[in-house]
Every structure is written in structure tokens, then in C-alpha cells.
Design a binder for this molecule. Structure first.
Ligand code: SAM
Length: 261
């Protein structure tokens, strides 16, 4: 019997219907698959049933990595590492389909890292990821809503995102205290060019630092009151950060780079 480690966000999926649902979100026969945090291998078994070309898993827990090796032998390649420390763009050159019932304490960090590190060519063709529902709600939030913020803006820059379903705590062992949601992410073919994604992080950080205040102060801090940018993007500085749509934020990041180059 495995004792789940809270520090590694270990809530193992045991509901067979949900495991089926996850694996049927996308077609993986003869494809490369990467699973983040396979844990006891529940989802891994379902992935293997679909006959993918090759399966990689990244698991930080040493004991779980040994158990996975005993259970699956050479059916999978185990990377016994911290996913946050891996440069996936050097590991994966082909289009990989990624699955992950992510450790909730670092789920946003993992996703933000992938987006910020994306090069011109995507290393994945689709991400099927499970989050705490509250986090998923922030990822897919539309502008003019309370959940809209940095996470929504950064995640939607290069990715189309769709919610598959919500999942109750009873689907896991041990049961988490909160509901979860399954999201699917696809690379966008067209997106506004931002040379250094860290500028998008910076802009959203400064704008959302005081989300109840008007845009005037953060705008002046970043753009020194540059009216050309205001007129071009038709921004009303009496609005609040959550009233500005996604595209305008991407254009603001791009204008910010132009002004500094
Ligand atoms: N996929 C399994 C399932 O659904 O039953 C387990 C999911 S559990 C929520 C998260 C898994 O991620 C655990 O196996 C945990 O050990 C692993 N994990 C936690 N932090 C990690 C990290 N930084 N890098 C890689 N794996 C990690």
C-alpha cells in the first residue's frame, strides 16, 4: 500500500469512467505521449491500452519511479526528475501529446513555464491537463469577469483552451478537498508576436497588481503616458485591468517591446 505524499500533491485517480474520459479526449494511437506525474500508473495503463508509439513519463517521487519501472518494464520511458527543472524543448522535438493529473501545488507554475519557454515550433500538439477547478476557472475566464487575470492572459496567448468536465473529489484517493476540472489545450496557428514572453508577464503583473484601480497608473508606469499607444489601441484609462480584452494585452506587450527596442 502506497502512502500518498501531500508535499508532492499525490491524489491518485481511481474512477474508471474519468480515466476513460481523459484518454478519449484525443487520438493517440501511434503517437508520442508524455505523462506528467504518473504516480501509481493508473492513467498510464489507460494510455498504453490505446497503443501509442512511445510513452514517456516524468515522475519526481523516487519510490513511485521504481514501482512504475517494475509495473511497466520497457513499455514506458521513465524520467525520474522534477518537471519544473526539465527543458522539454530539448527533450521533445516531435509533436507529443501531453497528459497530466498535475500536482496542484505547482500546476500553474508548470503551465506558465511551458508557455513562456515555447519556441517558434510547438513541441506538443495537445495538452490534456487536470487542475483544481478554481485554477481552471481562472485559466478560461473571459474579460469583464472576476476570474479574469494574469493566468487567463498568459495561457490564452498561444493556446486555444476548452473545458472537458468537472471532477468530484470522490474520483481520487486520497480525496482532495476541492473539485477539479479537466482542460484541453491546442496550439494556436496565429497569435500576436511578442519577442520576449517575459514582457507579457511583466505587463500583466503591473496591470493586475491593483486590479480594482483604474488603468491610468500602471499604464503611465509602463508607457510613460505615451498617447500614441493609447490612441492606437483605443484604451480608456478609466477602466479596470479586467475590462481589457486578451488581444489588447498582447498588443500592449508588443508595443512595449517596440518602444524599448
Ligand atoms: N497521474 C496519477 C493519477 O492520476 O493517479 C497521479 C497524479 S498526482 C495528482 C501528481 C503526481 O505528480 C504524483 O505522482 C507526484 O509524485 C508527481 N509530482 C509531484 N511533483 C512533481 C514534480 N515536480 N515533477 C514531477 N512529478 C511530480
Amino acid at each position: 500500500m502506497i502512502k500518498a505524499k501531500k508535499s508532492l500533491g499525490q491524489n491518485f485517480l481511481i474512477d474508471k469512467n474519468i480515466l476513460e474520459k481523459i484518454i478519449n479526449t484525443t487520438f493517440i494511437k501511434d503517437k508520442m505521449v508524455l505523462e506528467i506525474g504518473p504516480g501509481t500508473g493508473n492513467l498510464t495503463s489507460y494510455i498504453l491500452k490505446k497503443n501509442p508509439k512511445k510513452v514517456f513519463v516524468i515522475e519526481k517521487d523516487n519510490q513511485l519511479a521504481i514501482n512504475l519501472n517494475n509495473k511497466f518494464k520497457n513499455q514506458i520511458t521513465i524520467i525520474n526528475e522534477d518537471v519544473l527543472k526539465i527543458d522539454e524543448t530539448s527533450f521533445f522535438k516531435d509533436n507529443v501529446t501531453v497528459f497530466g493529473n498535475l500536482p496542484y501545488n505547482i500546476s500553474t507554475e508548470i503551465l506558465s513555464k511551458w508557455i513562456i519557454n515555447l519556441k517558434d515550433v510547438f513541441w506538443f500538439d495537445c495538452l490534456v491537463l487536470m487542475f483544481q477547478k478554481e485554477v481552471a476557472d481562472r485559466i478560461i475566464a473571459k474579460f469583464n469577469t472576476a476570474n479574469y487575470g494574469r493566468l487567463s492572459i498568459i495561457c490564452n496567448w498561444k493556446l486555444n483552451i476548452k473545458k472537458i468536465c468537472d471532477i468530484k473529489p470522490s474520483a481520487f484517493s486520497p480525496k482532495p478537498k476541492v473539485d477539479s476540472s479537466l482542460l484541453i489545450f491546442y496550439p494556436k496557428k496565429k497569435f500576436i508576436n511578442i519577442k520576449d514572453p517575459k514582457n507579457l508577464e511583466k505587463i500583466t503583473r503591473i496591470f493586475f497588481n491593483q486590479r480594482r484601480k483604474m488603468l491610468k497608473k500602471p499604464f503611465n508606469q509602463l508607457f510613460n503616458g505615451n498617447h500614441r499607444v493609447l490612441d492606437k489601441l483605443k484604451i480608456d484609462l478609466t477602466l479596470r485591468p479586467q475590462n481589457i480584452n486578451l488581444e489588447t494585452y498582447y498588443k500592449l506587450a508588443s508595443e512595449y517591446e517596440n518602444l524599448r527596442s
